[in-house]
Ligand binder design. Structure first.
Ligand code: MLT
Length: 243
């Protein structure tokens, strides 16, 4: 089964409904915040960062920095770098010179929370973006069609994100080629969107906002399909590159 939460609100409602069965019901989850948190994570790991620790709040990030002064604290609110933090959430900032061998604590408005939610839903949490699209598909392809896969889109402040839905659709479309998977309605919607577009279309609300904020270079990078073919997974609270 491939189930898709197009927004975190759906994930939260589902978890409330399933309260009595509160166990990790999915074998594997795939988290998408293509603009920009999961693209940032993939860029950082691809450029040699040791790990990324996703946290929900600014306070949690500051607390970790206090206890581990060597960590880099990074993140955004309203799209812009948090005051006093070392990095924002622009993947273009995460160059090799800046991140090699570093542990980065990241807090973003939607993406890092989606990753944390997913860890309550599934045994494994994979990080997806256009940058590592086919690598994620290959990993999922290793499972048989009875596997419960959940795709969690971070969305845009509780709303569905046009761009996240495209990545979800691209994964599903590539994955089901020649195979029989049960698809939830949200999965079908995402897949049909991607099959109609066939390439990234960054014209949604958050893309427009990022452009207004001067992040056009991020938009360019985040739509490069398979540009950074790495597998990234959350393990013991840290996202690492899986070799
Ligand atoms: C988020 O987590 O909401 C996003 O990654 C926001 C952003 O574009 O920085």
């Amino acid at each position: 089964m491939i189930y898709t939460f197009l927004s975190p609100r759906e994930a939260q409602e589902w978890m409330i409904e399933q309260r009595e069965l509160f166990v990790k019901q999915f074998n594997v989850s795939v988290v998408i915040d293509v603009l920009r948190a999961t693209s940032t994570v993939i860029t950082a790991l691809s450029n040699g960062a040791k790990s990324i620790i996703p946290v929900s709040t600014v306070e949690q990030a500051l607390d970790l920095k206090h206890r581990h002064t060597e960590y880099i604290i990074a993140g955004e609110r309203g799209g812009v770098k948090i005051e006093g933090f070392q990095l924002g959430n622009s993947p273009t900032e995460y160059t090799e010179a800046v991140v090699r061998d570093k542990t980065i604590v990241l807090t973003t408005s939607n993406g890092t929370n989606a990753i944390i939610h997913a860890s309550n839903l599934a045994e494994r949490v994979l990080i997806a973006s256009f940058l590592n699209l086919t690598t994620v598909v290959h990993e999922l392809d290793g499972y048989d069609s009875s596997t419960n896969i959940i795709i969690v889109c971070a969305g845009n402040n509780g709303e569905i994100s046009y761009e996240d839905t495209q990545v979800a659709g691209a994964i599903i479309s590539k994955l089901i080629k020649g195979r029989v998977h049960y698809l939830s309605d949200s999965s079908k919607i995402a897949m049909k969107l991607w099959d109609a577009l066939k390439k990234p279309d960054f014209s949604g609300e958050h893309a427009k906002k990022l452009s207004q904020l001067g992040f056009d270079k991020d938009l360019e990078l985040c739509q490069k399909v398979d540009y950074m073919p790495i597998l990234a997974e959350l393990r013991d609270g840290k996202i690492i590159k899986v070799e």
